[in-house]
Design a protein around this ligand. Structure first.
Ligand code: CP3
Length: 377
């Protein structure tokens, strides 16, 4: 497939797109009739009135679904992620089965390494492993900064195909790893609890750190911009290991790069900041100005809102381990989250982190039903 005329085919940038989508909606005036998933998600991100709360689940397109496991028996993970038709098939599985309002592209935060010229593998039972970890000035120098059209064309192709396949059933969600979390994988070279080499570089080698984070910031921004051009309705920045960072380092050595990414995306699409275990950073995360902050179960939703302020939306925050409890217990927890959101204009129901592979998908279907019925009555 040719990628040459993607730019001409791209939709006009947000907010035009969003305003047009919202203008088409006849449902935003009382009485509220049923919105499509995409309308519900986009209106929520734009802080407009909706029929009910939108919901999706982090890591919904993965191993808890038998149809995904069947696909994986025939194709290795990276082949699925790098083949647009397969990636879209995996993306659609939770939309078809669960009725979620967001369709997160089946991809991985490691894929931009293809364009960066950094070799990696996803080792079963371990996770991402880098062939030659990035430790020196020369290593950083060698990282290529390219546009996603060149580095990861298959991601953009998949988003385009997803947009066509999905119609208005759900919003298309693009994503990327944030510079700090990408640095963790690149510098330590493999999954770790503490990422000590990465933090040692952050503390002790400021020039290297600045060079690495600046490059990752530029690569990530271009990658997300490309995803929006290709059809992503919103984008999520995964800073999965941010909880390891102390408040002063966040302010000086991490937050400014995150803020720069959101600054450049602000006029294009709604942005979601994701992290876990970051109650100590919440006010500073809000100061990077994403549209929405994803919080985990360590915080109460209403208390998190008091910290980030009413202008920022919140996504979350059910503990994925809660999904292993009996439904009656899950139901109480889901209702508690919705009560704490208390009809505020910008709440997206989600988990606080990715779901566990052992999760029973029926629990997820029930949650979608409950969230959708909660306000709709
Ligand atoms: O619904 C979805 O979220 C699917 C798309 C998706 C994947 N990875 C697919 C995947 C998304 C959004 C990610 C993000 C991702 N990848 C993150 C941030 C989210 C988080 O959990 O904090 C991180 C840190 C990674 C890096 C990564 N990729 C790890 C740690 C692993 C191994 C862990 C695991 O679950 O096995 C991967 C591989 C990976 N990415 C799988 C999937 C479905 C498992 C591969 C398989 O099918 O065997």
């Amino acid at each position: 497939m040719s990628h040459s005329n993607r730019a001409e085919q791209a939709p006009p940038p947000y907010p035009t797109t969003l305003e047009q989508e919202l203008a088409k909606m006849t449902t935003v005036t009382e009485p509220l009739t049923r919105m499509t998933g995409r309308e519900r998600f986009l209106a929520t991100a734009a802080r407009k009135q909706t029929d009910t709360t939108p919901v999706w689940f982090m890591r919904q397109a993965g191993r808890c679904l038998p149809e995904y496991r069947a696909l994986r028996e025939r194709h290795p993970f990276l082949e699925v992620a790098r083949t647009p038709e397969l990636a879209v098939a995996a993306t659609m599985m939770p939309v078809d089965r669960l009725g979620v309002d967001g369709a997160v592209l089946f991809a991985d935060i490691m894929l931009p390494l293809d364009g960066m010229g950094v070799e990696f593998e996803i080792r079963p039972g371990v996770g991402p492993v880098i062939a030659s970890p990035i430790r020196t000035a020369a290593d950083i120098e060698r990282i290529r900064v390219v546009d996603p059209e060149e580095g990861t064309p298959y991601v953009l192709e998949a988003l385009k195909l997803l947009r066509e396949t999905l119609g208005d059933r759900a919003a298309t969600l693009g994503f990327a790893g944030a510079p700090f979390t990408m640095a963790c994988y690149l510098v330590d070279g493999r999954p770790s609890k503490e990422y000590p080499r990465t933090k040692a570089m952050m503390y002790g080698e400021p020039d290297l750190w600045r060079a690495l984070m600046s490059k990752l910031c530029e690569i990530t921004t271009r990658y997300l911009e490309g995803q929006v051009r290709a059809g992503a309705d919103a984008v999520q920045l995964f800073d999965s290991w941010l909880g390891l960072v102390d408040p002063d380092s966040y302010r000086e050595k991490v937050g400014p790069y995150t803020a720069a990414i959101f600054d450049r995306l602000r006029s294009l699409a709604p942005t979601i900041h994701f992290s876990t275990g970051t109650g100590h950073l919440l006010a500073d995360i809000a100061a990077t100005h994403p549209s929405i902050v994803s919080v985990d179960w360590r915080l109460r939703l209403d208390e998190a809102w008091d910290v980030v302020g009413p202008e920022i939306g919140i996504q979350g925050n059910l503990d994925p381990s809660m999904l292993m409890a009996p439904w009656t217990t899950v139901e109480v927890a889901v209702r508690d989250i919705l009560d704490r959101a208390n009809g505020r204009p910008c709440h997206i129901f989600n988990l606080g982190h990715g779901l566990h592979p052992e999760t029973d998908p029926d629990q997820l279907s029930r949650i979608v039903e409950l969230v959708h019925e909660y306000r709709a009555g």
